[in-house]
Design a protein around this ligand. Sequence first.
Ligand SMILES: Cc1cc2nc3c(=O)[nH]c(=O)nc-3n(C[C@H](O)[C@H](O)[C@H](O)COP(=O)(O)O)c2cc1C
Length: 381
Amino acid sequence: MVTKSQKALFTAVKIGAFDLKHRIVLPALSRLRAHWPSANPSDLMRDYYSQRASEGGLLIAEATAIAPEARPYHAAPGIYSEEHVARWKQITDAVHAKGGLILLQLNHAGRSTSTAIGQVTPVTASVNESFLEDETIVVTTPDGLVRPSAHRALETDEVAGVVEQFRVAAANAQRAGFDGIELLAGQGHLIEQFLQNGSNKRTDVYGGPIENRVRFLVEIIEAVSTVWGSDRVGVRLSPSSTFNGMGDSDPRALFRHVAERLNDLDIAYLHVIEPRISGADTVDEEQDAVAASELGKVFQGPIIAAGGFTPATAEDAVASGLAKLIAIGRHFTSNPDLPHRIENDLALAHYDRSTFYGGDGHGYTNFPTYAESREAEQQPA
Ligand SMILES: Cc1cc2nc3c(=O)[nH]c(=O)nc-3n(C[C@H](O)[C@H](O)[C@H](O)COP(=O)(O)O)c2cc1C
């Protein structure tokens, strides 16, 4: 057994501009507790992130819409209004007060939304009827789950406008006190809709060969790096996932190329969701799927790996050099003091899937720390 002081997970590391004291990251988790329809972050969200902050620990705040039409679900937060900036500032202040770091995951849903959320026809790389026919793909709205609305392809001369929305959102995130940003280039949202040729049939400079399909992501990285400096920009990929109707004829070639291209851009890190995960669920691992270990051989910067890690496998992954940091999602929902528990080999509380998405503080901010749970156990009944 690895003792506390020997754990690779608890050695300090510098990732881009971020000085971290341990290697356990809270990945973006959309918990759908923002206000609707304003997309304002809530006070509950402030409490939730503050509870999960730790000295020198990295939190990545949930997928946050760069524009009203970019929202993927009802009750997801935004970063496109002054009110959003002010409310996120309360959250980043609370995290910083505990010595933690917090990045914002910037997102545009693309086709993976409904007019009930974004109010306008969703935009994407190219029109894809089979996406609309797939009954497994749903969008959370105030009136329950609905199928995504019919979408349209972005005109070539509209693409720069979306890149600019990312830049403005990055500047808003900076004013809101974040330490940097992560671009969601996976999970079947807009950036990934451009990357993969199952969803990108364009014939302009943003479609066709891999070099063209990667262009949208590269332009966004360049734009947000003018705000932050590339050492405060991370990129998240889910190369093996078919969530939200994704697919590519040669994912290995595509994602190896993306990783190589990212080398030139000198970003803070590449965050890879492992093959055993699809969206927010554990699945049987596909043989031969593109994993962090493979992309880590191409990408020269730090890797964050996510997906199905336990304290023991996280330790192995860092000790073996598979990744510099490990993101642990579902266990962090029910263990606000997750790094402390892992460092001290304390038992983890089970997560509650039924409260993942939406609702109040129940199943969100009411999970006790280990010390609090022991105290409660010792109270006379
Ligand atoms: C409730 C929930 C919401 C999620 N929301 C996001 C999100 O907003 N952005 C994202 O990139 N991934 C999201 N994910 C995926 C997680 O970041 C993570 O990759 C996944 O849960 C696998 O890690 P785990 O096995 O440690 O939970 C979500 C997962 C869950 C369970």
